[in-house]
Design a protein around this ligand. Structure first.
Ligand SMILES: Nc1ncnc2c1ncn2[C@@H]1O[C@H](COP(=O)(O)OP(=O)(O)OP(=O)(O)O)[C@@H](O)[C@H]1O
Ligand SMILES: [Mg+2]
Length: 147
């Protein structure tokens, strides 16, 4: 199962995030890929909004993890500034990755070999200033569908 969306604004990308949130379950991991400014954080804002978290969602660049408490615990990582993956190993990342929350990973390609095999992948592509393509897929056997 693969899904492709076309978004014409940041607001629309948030809406896709909110829709995506509806299918997310405890234990799901979502790896986000896409260049700077492609809309990863915007999509995550939408996902968090879908879980009722409207404030304080921003790129956790300096701390590389933000935790939002909702129906499930949402772990929002951003690996843009991660220099060595040992930094992540040292904080015991697997406690978060394999917890009963939902894990959202920006710049997932920076930690490729630490990524759980079974995960959603969201690839964001810039078409032009205000337009993005959003590709959603899952690497494992997780059954899901979106309209
Ligand atoms: N269709 C769109 N979807 C998402 N963002 C858009 C869209 N059109 C314009 N934008 C703008 O692009 C920027 C996207 O920023 P955002 O922080 O979400 O990207 P990012 O992929 O998380 O970047 P970074 O790699 O720096 O973390 C915002 O300024 C947003 O307003
Ligand atoms: Mg971001």
């Amino acid at each position: 199962m693969k899904k492709k969306f076309h978004s014409k604004s940041a607001k629309e990308t948030m809406k896709h995030g909110e829709e995506f949130a509806k299918i997310l379950k405890q234990g799901d991991i979502v790896a986000f890929y896409g260049e700077l400014g492609s809309g990863k954080t915007t999509m995550i804002k939408g996902i968090c909004k879908g879980f009722g978290v409207e404030k304080g969602v921003k790129s956790p660049s300096f701390v590389f993890l933000r935790i939002y408490k909702a129906q499930y615990t949402l772990y929002h990582f951003d690996f843009y500034r991660l220099k060595r993956k040992e930094e992540l190993i040292n904080v015991g990342y697997d406690e978060f990755f394999y917890d009963s929350g939902i894990v959202l990973l920006e710049w997932a390609d920076r930690i490729e070999d630490l990524l759980p095999e079974s995960r959603f992948e969201v690839v964001m592509k810039i078409s032009n200033e205000n337009e993005r393509e959003i590709h959603i897929s899952h690497t494992g056997r997780r059954v899901w569908s979106m309209q």
